[in-house]
Design a protein around this ligand. Structure first.
Ligand SMILES: O=C(O)CCC(=O)C(=O)O
Length: 283
């Protein structure tokens, strides 16, 4: 297995691993170690059928079933399908899904540790995914700012992303009220310690973070706006240009990501995601 860094602060390309078959214990440990160091791993040119994707992902922990049941692969609810395709399709179309910075499942009490995405179809142009390092972004803050942020908590909700971003995207299947009721708002520390690397990481995102609990709304909004600008500045970002059959795995405890909605409406993009359960972030 060869690991090459893909940007200054995060991301690496991993060669010499076949995710279509079970990994031996040493290779699996090396993948886990690389994920902790680089936060985003790209495995090019993979042939991964849904059962193999589930098996690989489940080595890292229990798999989550996404609350949007209409987007789960029939017969295999561990696979969440993200696609803009409206025909020959067994799931609800979600064109330009995830086109806002977010961290998967931060709206749950025990958010996702990691996500694994397999590119079945990619558009001819566009449709990249951007990732940013919440550890490098934290490290770069001044000591004064860190002192202000330490100990704060924030409220996260699934509905926030819908109200702020998702409902404005033409062609998106509506989300039933019951899906929001099934995911009531939760509170997380605004900065947490990564349970494996030990690094401090910011833990807020424009998609799901509603507010900073301890501050008046105007102050909280200004601080969140500053943090989002800071975290997504180019020096903390790796932008992945997808090729068909790439597998990309990311560590949600140390990153945010955003799908770039710049491909042609008629061009197909079809991604399969598995989502690995994690523990509650610790302040
Ligand atoms: O489709 C992508 O590039 C990423 C989608 C996304 O944001 C997600 O799966 O959370």
């Amino acid at each position: 297995m060869r690991v090459e860094r893909a940007s200054r602060t995060l991301g690496a390309r991993v060669q010499g691993v076949d995710l279509g078959r079970p990994l031996d214990a040493d290779t699996f440990d090396s993948v886990r170690d690389a994920l902790n160091r680089h936060s985003v791993l790209v495995f090019p040119e993979q042939e991964v059928e849904p059962p193999a994707q589930v098996e690989f992902s489940a080595r890292f922990g229990r798999l989550k079933h996404h609350v949007l049941k209409e987007n789960l692969l029939p017969g295999m609810p561990e696979i969440y399908v993200l696609t803009n395709m409206t025909s020959q399709n067994e799931v609800a179309p979600r064109p330009y899904a995830g086109a806002y910075w977010h961290t998967d499942l931060s709206y749950e009490a025990e958010p996702a540790f990691g996500s694994v995405m397999y590119a079945v179809e990619v558009p001819e142009v566009g449709g990249d995914t951007m990732f940013c390092s919440m550890a490098a972004a934290w490290d770069a803050l001044s000591e004064r700012m860190k002192a202000l942020l330490e100990g704060l908590t924030a409220t996260h909700s699934f509905e926030h992303a819908y109200e702020t971003f998702v409902k404005h995207i033409p062609g998106t299947a509506p989300i039933d009220r019951r899906r929001f009721d099934a995911r009531p708002p939760v509170t997380h520390p605004l900065v947490h310690t990564h349970p494996e690397s030990g690094r401090r990481c910011l833990y807020v995102n424009p998609g799901f973070t509603e507010r900073i609990n301890e501050l008046p709304p105007a102050e909280g909004e200004a601080i969140l706006a500053f943090l989002y600008e800071h975290c997504t500045s180019e020096r903390f970002v790796y932008r992945h240009r997808w090729s068909r059959h790439d597998v990309v795995m990311w560590d949600n405890r140390a990153t945010m990501h955003k799908a770039v909605p710049d491909y042609d409406d008629g061009d197909s993009r079809y991604m399969r995601r598995t989502t690995i359960a994690g523990s509650a972030p610790r302040g």
